[in-house]
Unconditional design. Structure first.
Lengths: 300, 313
């Protein structure tokens, strides 16, 4: 018997120990793979993106093509979801409109994610007057209820995709800023940050390396939930005639035109609304699934 | 706790100042010369210059803001470009209607949400619970305009129960109540869904407690257990959220008022923006934001008074 064999403790094969040996990233992926609702959400989102990207190729009709004689027809073999008030194919218009909803949702959140994270990190990390100043600005943004800020910004910047993205992005900044700030505040005092400082790491290194990595999970959860809000606000802005204007088939704009015909041709209202619903629920499911899998210790 | 109150009250003027600056900037965010926008693309340069001078747009920016603030504090919010009436009177005409709508929604929300939440908790895992949870998920994610139009179609056109637009009169009249029903219900949907879910989980938590088990062991009927012992304790977090929902309700009012042609502040704001009526836009946005801040502050202070456990850094 050599020394090495004696040094190793004898133990029966442990299946549990083998399971624990999986790297954390794989564990998270496995948990996600078992989360049925989350998989459904992810599948729907992927489908939406693919359909929107390939809209021009797979749509049976051009979204502008009118057939005034065939207007208001219900779902049929010729038109999958029927036609609208100008005889345009609703299914093709929904496919094309998906581009706008997705761009607004993802673009708006990307903007608020970037700016809000920066503000929150700086405020939480440096503290004192920087924190106070930045948080007062955030309070001013929060003084506007719901979509008022978005409405005012789009009103000032004029209709169009970019103004909608900017308006929604600015409205969502406070959420990201506050989340980042509170996480940084709690992380700041944790041991590994103090240890890094003791060793002499610069501010930037501490922020970038140690703090940032721990923020990613809650940020991802929050971001995916905000995408669904952004899509809703974008559709609402178009509905009010302030965002994307007809004839562009943004789903909210489609509902706005359908409003006058709701008693006689409800299908023109129902299908764009369902499209909005699908997108919003899909991102909500994804967000919930991310929250459950990335931090199962969270009680909600 | 009083430190919290003091801090909140001291922050108030700072936030209001920031709000006024942001609202003032709205006019200047417009691409191009604001006077040109107001005059129209075909106006001769002299007209544009005249409008510039009239609106004081040729002065430096901080001076413009100071004049704006001075006028606002004296109650002069400018003149609507379309109606030619003082913005303040348009706003004051619209404000009571929005308040009535919000009040109706705030009253309806707990009346609907709490019984639904209790019912769901009491029937946990069964059909009623699952059904209510699915419906509430729809209520939370549904866009307000879809709920408004859907409600309008079902209750207005098909069932002809309620009028679908317009203001029927103050809340204490029957016509007023009938006309506020659909808009208030639409506004309340999201809040009811959220509150019902919250009531359900609060009740479920309470129902697991020992004192509930004791009550059951004593042989009390399930109804008495639910209502007398569990509900009161479950209500505390619920009451907290009701205050937060007021903000959500105010936010949803824009779409609801527009769809139902309810002559309130929200619809006025949307009309103003659609019509590029900048003084009216500034006036409505300013009043709405200030009102929102004050209402939130009142709610927060009330909660700080009621629940002394609340304290922030």
């Amino acid at each position: 018997m050599n020394v090495a064999a004696q040094a190793e403790p004898l133990s029966p094969p442990q299946p549990a120990a083998a399971r624990q040996a999986l790297p954390p990233r794989r564990q998270v992926l496995r948990r996600f793979a078992h989360h049925r609702a989350g998989l459904v959400g992810l599948a729907v989102i992927v489908a939406l993106i693919v359909l929107a990207a390939l809209a021009e190729s797979i749509a049976p009709y051009d979204w502008r093509a009118q057939d005034v004689l065939g207007r208001f027809s219900g779902p049929s073999g010729k038109h999958l979801l029927g036609t609208d008030e100008l005889g345009r194919d609703i299914w093709s218009r929904i496919l094309y409109g998906g581009r706008y909803s997705l761009t607004i949702g993802l673009g708006g959140v990307a903007l608020s994610f970037g700016v809000g994270t920066l503000i929150g990190l700086v405020a939480g990390f440096y503290g004192r007057w920087v924190d106070t100043l930045l948080m007062r600005i955030i309070d001013v943004l929060l003084a506007f209820p719901g979509i008022l800020l978005a409405i005012a910004l789009v009103g000032a910047l004029g209709p169009g995709l970019l103004s909608v993205i900017v308006a929604i992005g600015v409205t969502e900044i406070p959420g990201f800023a506050r989340l980042n700030r509170s996480m940084v505040l709690s992380l700041r005092e944790r041991e590994f940050v103090l240890a890094a400082r003791v060793v002499g790491a610069s501010d930037r290194r501490v922020l970038g390396r140690h703090v940032l990595l721990n923020l990613v999970s809650p940020l991802l959860v929050f971001a995916s939930l905000r995408v669904s809000t952004a899509i809703l606000v974008g559709a609402t802005l178009s509905f009010l005639g302030l965002g994307i204007q007809p004839p562009i088939p943004e789903w909210g704009a489609m509902v706005s035109t359908a409003r006058q015909y709701i008693a006689t041709a409800p299908h023109t209202f129902v299908y764009p609304t369902l499209a909005i619903f699908c997108a919003v629920i899909a991102f909500n499911l994804l967000g919930d699934a991310l929250r459950d899998t990335l931090d199962p210790t969270l009680q909600h | 706790m009083s430190q919290y109150i003091v801090r909140r009250v001291v922050q108030l003027p700072v936030v209001l100042f920031g709000v006024s600056v942001l609202v003032f900037m709205v006019l200047h965010l417009v691409p191009g010369n604001p006077a040109q926008v107001i005059a129209g693309p075909d106006a001769p340069p002299e007209t544009v210059a005249a409008i510039e001078h009239e609106l004081g747009l040729d002065r430096p920016l901080p001076e413009q803001y100071a004049r704006y603030l001075g006028r606002v504090l004296q109650g002069d919010l400018g003149q609507s470009l379309r109606s030619r009436r003082p913005v303040l009177s348009d706003v004051m005409d619209a404000l009571p209607n929005t308040v009535q709508l919000a009040l109706a929604a705030v009253i309806i929300t707990p009346l609907l949400a709490i019984p639904l939440g209790v019912a769901a908790a009491a029937n946990r895992g069964r059909a009623l619970d699952t059904g209510l949870m699915v419906v509430s998920m729809l209520g939370i994610t549904a866009p307000v305009f879809a709920v408004a139009l859907g409600g309008m179609w079902v209750f207005g056109y098909q069932l002809r129960l309620f009028p679908i637009s317009g203001y029927g009169g103050p809340l204490w009249t029957l016509d007023g109540l009938r006309s506020v029903a659909l808009p208030a219900l639409t506004l309340a949907v999201g809040a009811v869904a959220t509150l019902a879910r919250l009531t359900r989980s609060a009740m479920l938590e309470v129902l697991n407690q020992d004192y509930v088990r004791t009550a059951r062991a004593k042989g009390l009927r399930e109804q008495a257990v639910l209502l007398r012992h569990a509900l009161a304790n479950a209500l505390l977090p619920v009451v907290t959220v009701i205050g937060l929902q007021i903000g959500v309700l105010l936010g949803g009012a824009f779409v609801t008022e527009t769809v139902f042609a309810w002559p309130g502040l929200g619809r006025l704001a949307v009309f103003a923006i659609q019509g590029r009526d900048f003084p009216l836009v500034q006036g409505t946005v300013l009043v709405t934001a200030v009102g929102f801040v004050l209402v939130n502050l009142a709610v927060d202070l009330l909660y700080a008074y009621v629940d002394p456990r609340i304290h922030y850094r």
